[in-house]
Design a protein around this ligand. Sequence first.
Ligand code: FAD
Ligand code: SF4
Ligand code: SF4
Length: 239
Amino acid sequence: MIKITEPKDCCGCTACASICVHDAITMEPDALGFLYPMVDKSKCVDCGQCDKVCQFNDNYDRSLNLEQPIAYAARHKEIDEVMKSRSGAAFVAISDYILEQGGVVYGAGYKDHFRVVHKRATTKEERDEFRGSKYVQSDLTGVFRQVKEDLKNGLTVLFSGTPCQTSGLNSYVGKKLRENLILIDIVCHGVPAPFLWRDYIAYLEKKQGDEIVTVNFRDKELFGWKAHKESYKFKRRGG
Ligand SMILES: Cc1cc2nc3c(=O)[nH]c(=O)nc-3n(C[C@H](O)[C@H](O)[C@H](O)COP(=O)(O)OP(=O)(O)OC[C@H]3O[C@@H](n4cnc5c(N)ncnc54)[C@H](O)[C@@H]3O)c2cc1C
Ligand code: SF4
Ligand code: SF4
């Protein structure tokens, strides 16, 4: 049964919670809102599946890794797409293709007033919410099982997330179903804490006296390509 003693040994990917057929594992936030697995011992039968699927396990399957990475650089042809994306809009170009082929796309969006969560999209309109980096750990609860269901139903799935999230999904899905799974991992130096983000939103709204309706973690329209500045739009309370 999975047991996390050091925070550095878990990235909150949810693979262990997803694989447990006894639903003995739930993902619980620590003081900063980072998610860690908690085992309900009364439900656990000690089958060891959760330990096996964990990417921090020495036996994590690396058989599909390339010996040397192959690198290409690309930027979207439409400048409007580039302006709306965080970087060169490669994500939009790739996900456009998958959706046009009848596939589904998973990425980071918002729920419950800017809580960052992963969601499923079958149209470009739904996918557009995933554009742009949200510099917060996203909640994957329930998502890996949904991906597996899609793959079992013969759909092509594009999943985009941090490298630790794609590693967890890769391990959870297993070799048999991997053929129709396309993983995009972003270059990532680590995700900030969800509760810090939640409290910062509350602080800004209190200071302004209005409610935030739009967030942009890296606004190119106002601050250009190189600057790393957030922007927020407020709606007058009661207005
Ligand atoms: C936490 C974080 C740290 C990053 N650090 C770096 C860095 O140090 N150096 C660097 O070059 N690039 C970094 N990036 C990546 C960069 O910001 C761009 O997202 C990336 O270059 C892709 O650009 P794009 O224009 O193709 O897509 P974008 O329009 O940026 O699309 C964003 C994609 O990232 C995914 N995504 C957004 N937020 C999250 C999240 N919180 N968790 C998981 N997935 C998410 C979405 O699902 C979507 O697929 C970071 C991104 C994040 C989320
Ligand atoms: S499978 Fe993922 S969530 Fe579970 S312990 Fe390992 S890293 Fe943490
Ligand atoms: S050991 Fe098996 S039953 Fe127990 S939590 Fe892990 S996967 Fe679930």
